[in-house]
Design a protein around this ligand. Sequence first.
Ligand SMILES: [Zn+2]
Length: 367
Amino acid sequence: MPPRITNCHVHTFTHDHVPDRFLPFPLGSLLRFGPLRRGLLAVVQHFDRGRRSRLARYAKILQVSFGLSQEDVFKKVRNFYPRGTRFVVLPMDMEHMGAGRVTKLIGEQHAELKELRERDEYRELVIPFAAVDARQENVVEKTKHLLENDGFRGIKLYPPIGYHPYDPALRPLYSYAAERGVPVMTHCSRPAGVQYRGKPTKRMLTDPVTGKPLRMGRKELLTLFTDPDSYVPILEAYPTLRICLAHFGGAGDWKTYLERPWDPISDTGAKSWLAKIMDMLRLDAYENLYTDISYTVFADEEYVHLLKVLLSDGRVRRRVLFGSDFYVVESAGLEEKRISLRVRSVLGEDLFRTIAHDNPKDYLGEA
Ligand SMILES: [Zn+2]
């Protein structure tokens, strides 16, 4: 029997969930007009190739989701996969990124997702996670409500939008999730298009472990929030928590790993995040740590070969999840169906089953 695939990382948010100053005025407003949009999108995509600029990101969001519902976007991704494939759907809370107001707040985005999952045709296919932000009011109560009453199955973090993953406001959620077997998914590749735009606040500039001030600029700070090392306090404090560092360090760090020589023994800040995550996966102490191949392996066709070699280590093989990051792999030359087939073909049925069927079941707590 072919495996029942679980794609552990997709998005269905629409442009209504994106803040109004995501692009500088008047570009954002211009792109909302149909005829202008199509022309501009073509130009933007032509010139952006792989740079993941803010403009290209926004163009992709408009292209896929303008005037559509989360259900419409979900149907698009569903139709790229065999019937019965399940999808972990990850909402995005962009309200606190310092880019203006969103048409629909995160509460509404969650409500739409709850409704989607409750339809008979999607009940088995949609696995919604709750988007948390350390700055959301009553984040602990709201998230528990979604998990206990609304069919949400996990917690989604996006630290480059302006908070440290070990922010004290989130710790009660980690202990709750560890106790109940609720999985956590977090964004782990260097900050790019979607990131905090404002001036770092005192809260952001306080080391969550020592309480001491952090002296650095915004870019360095957001990189710190996203660095695999920033999860060490969480892994130490909640060893039973299943947590996935999404994107396996990111496409840029896969490139560095391949192109720059480095000494695996020396402990330097220049170490590729791919290498950091590999080291963490090999530690017996972090047996509930996972990573996913979303975005990264979809960004360049040569990466699937590196992936196959990395999976030759049994400790790594057990903790890698199949995911695509639909639909934010903008201007990557490869499309959803083409690359997911390529991953399956290069890895072979056994390895593919491990990352697309067995590991997702473990991660979601179904095994
Ligand atoms: Zn994503």
